[in-house]
Design a protein around this ligand. Sequence first.
Ligand code: HEC
Length: 126
Amino acid sequence: MMKKHLLLVVLSLAIISVIGIGAGIEQSNPQNKDMGIGPVKNVVLGTIDKKMADEGKIIFTNKCAICHEMDQKKVGPPLRNITKERTPEYIMNLLLNSAQMQKEDPIVKKLLKDYNNVPMPDPAIK
Ligand code: HEC
């Protein structure tokens, strides 16, 4: 099954992350190459489709904004630079396979410590 909604969220994060630095749309070339653990093995991000990104933004507002802001810690980490810090595979796997990544992925295990051991709930956007 196409993980369309997930891709939309990742795209909207990619867009959000470039707003504010005025850098235009960039291909992600994240600092950390961790692909996460889960079904997503290889994502190639093409040019960002504004319509899809707008749809993703609505999903983000409805399902993510309660815990995430762009520039400040909330319940979870700020996400402004997330597509520069992490691979799209990591982000999508975390959203699809949260529990396993919280147990086994080294980055997420550290995040959990930093965020008071509040695990991000499976956001159920399949
Ligand atoms: C109930 C609060 C909550 C909700 C809702 C939530 N998150 Fe999270 N999120 C967290 C917490 C806490 C962490 C850090 C601990 C962890 O990963 O479990 C986190 C971690 C993350 C990370 C990893 C950050 C990093 O630096 O590697 C990403 C990406 C993320 N969330 C995206 C999302 C998206 C996209 C949504 C909506 C679909 C969402 N979150 C919904 C609380 C939440």
